[in-house]
Design a protein around this ligand. Sequence first.
Ligand code: IPM
Ligand code: MN
Length: 358
Amino acid sequence: MDANIVLLPGDGIGPEIVSQAERVLRAIAERYGHEFELSSHPIGGCAIDEFGDPLPESTLNACRKSDAVLLGAVGGPKWDDPHAKTRPEAGLLKIRKELGLFANLRPINPHPALLDSSPLKRHIIEGTDILFVRELTGGIYFGDSGRQGEGDHASAFNTMVYSQAEVKRVVRVAAAAALKRRGKLTSVDKANVLEVSRLWRHTAEEVVKKEFPTLEYEVVLVDAMAMHLISRPTDFDVVVTGNMFGDILTDEASMLPGSLGLLPSASVGESGPGLYEPIHGSAPDIAGKGIANPLATILATAMLLRHSLQLGAEADAIEAAVTQVLDAGHRTADIAQKGESSIGTTEIADHVLQAMSG
Ligand code: IPM
Ligand code: MN
């Protein structure tokens, strides 16, 4: 297969982890006889420095023309000035919106070898296998916002708004995924308070009843969900929710497997390239030290191969290699237990490449 893959390393540890994922992609191409054309483009803080724009036209155009996009991370203290004209995060929000990536898939399945590195007790998390489907191009992230007034009277607002069409399409993605998994769908909202959630709830229920009648379906309020996620995570299969609730709940859920450093995510739309990224941020505190965990990005690469290029066997091979490396006890600092030794970014990727060729 010939495929054009755009790499957006971004800021902080982004370049270090994406370059390890790039090695994995090249190894897959060689082993399975594919031609992957890889090109790197700036996004986020480094793009602000170079072009004054966190998502330059040239980067967006390259993404539009590609088959899939692999992103590292954006942001860092250098670009945190609250009075700055733009921020690195704006580049990420814009690329999601421009590519129409309305569904963000975040799988949470704690690796058996790492159960004891989670802050939660083993008996609670053992057997957890959740797929979060977070709405990504609507809600409070994209509603009307503004500031008004002066001094003590200064105020600011953001608006959480969803159309039925936006709810329907993301619920369909989640419900279809649930059908292929254990057949259970949980929709999370705040319908006891928010009008927008009442529309979400009503619309989601209609889609499920009409189009996916065999699913086991439940609705949970977001505050209760925050609690259930850490008290009985094994009860959930696919969870669908809005943009901000999904942002918060998936960071919480990332503690189930012990580290953000292991979690990949896929953002997909109706058609066109998907965007794949680790769910962690740019970790500026450890950038450039060679100790960042590249496994989430390597696992995001597997998602890219599976979802955008239909290369399931290649994706399986990467995931199996990561499992093998963790089973063998190799750890980066973020997932090492007290007293365990840890290895660096390149070294752990070396082990993954070795496991793939073994
Ligand atoms: C995420 C991140 C982003 C978000 C930020 C960096 C804009 O936290 O992908 O979860 O809030 O969506
Ligand atoms: Mn987030």
